[in-house]
Write a protein that binds this ligand. Sequence first.
Ligand code: ASP
Length: 344
Amino acid sequence: MNKRVLIIYTGGTIGMAVDADTNALVPFDFENISRKVPELKRFDFNVDSVSFDPIVDSSEMAPDTWVKLSGLIEKYYPDYDGFVVLHGTDTMSYTASALSFMLHNLQKPVILTGSQLPLGAIRTDGKENLLTALEIAAAHKNEQALVPEVCIYFQDKLFRGNRTTKYNAEHFRAFRSDNYPPLAEVGLHIRYNYPYIRYTTLSGTFSVARRMNNNVALLKMFPGINESVVRSVLEAPGIRGVVLETYGSGNAPTLDWFIKALRDAIDRGVIIINVTQCLAGNVEMWRYETGRHLLNMGVISGHDITTEAALTKLMYLLGNSPTEEELKMNLNESLKGEMKPVSM
Ligand code: ASP
């Protein structure tokens, strides 16, 4: 039987067209996608589409929209072999990371893509992104999906979604994944990087974890950061977890007030996870005195995780961990390939 792939359009540039009168970008009726992309009919698998109504710019994405999106995947999961999620590029890495944690026992591809230029523009990058994402979502061998993961496909690379960052607001190559190799590279052929694809042996049924706790914050270090700024984040009402973006291999100032502010937060039960500001590399808090003091006070290493994955993992774990002990244990482990195994 023909494979079936569902396109879920959430919003973003890809689904826009240039209004001839005003030159502004306006959404087109996504039901008519096959008029914009007639190539869809040439695949040897079936393609259907559903659309958010209303569509959202990806700046509006939040836990409730992730729940809505994963609810659609859950609703159509039995009927389709793979999913392509069309999404604005701005927060695509956050959504891909969140979905990777929220979707349990995923055995089918969920490929996010979008574009820098709308499908309606002559030089659009959206068409290639959409068509290749569809091909990857439909790719199977012996009834096993080739990439049963949440991924981002953009320009010519397929990445594990929770390893990506949007780093370029101009170029067609908008995403990178410095700490994990691409799962596929696309040229004349789609070359899958099989050893890096996550094939789970889980046989449980697919389900969605809907509780995401957004009582989290991001605190980025910079030289000269002052005490009231640090305290306003660490002491924000209701805060449960903080991603601390540190320098290099996980280093931060050793100033007395800074240490005290962090210690006070940890004593109040706030979880603090250390992530590097660098695009590539690893947090190694033992390496310098400026990292060791964080380790000693109970700051948790984010290892080589991205900020996007750290924030969404915290939201997921705060919403789904029965005990603080379990939460900390899971933070230290790779749940969905978002960081390298700690023993490595
Ligand atoms: N502002 C748009 C969005 O992220 C940009 C894009 O789609 O690339 O929704």
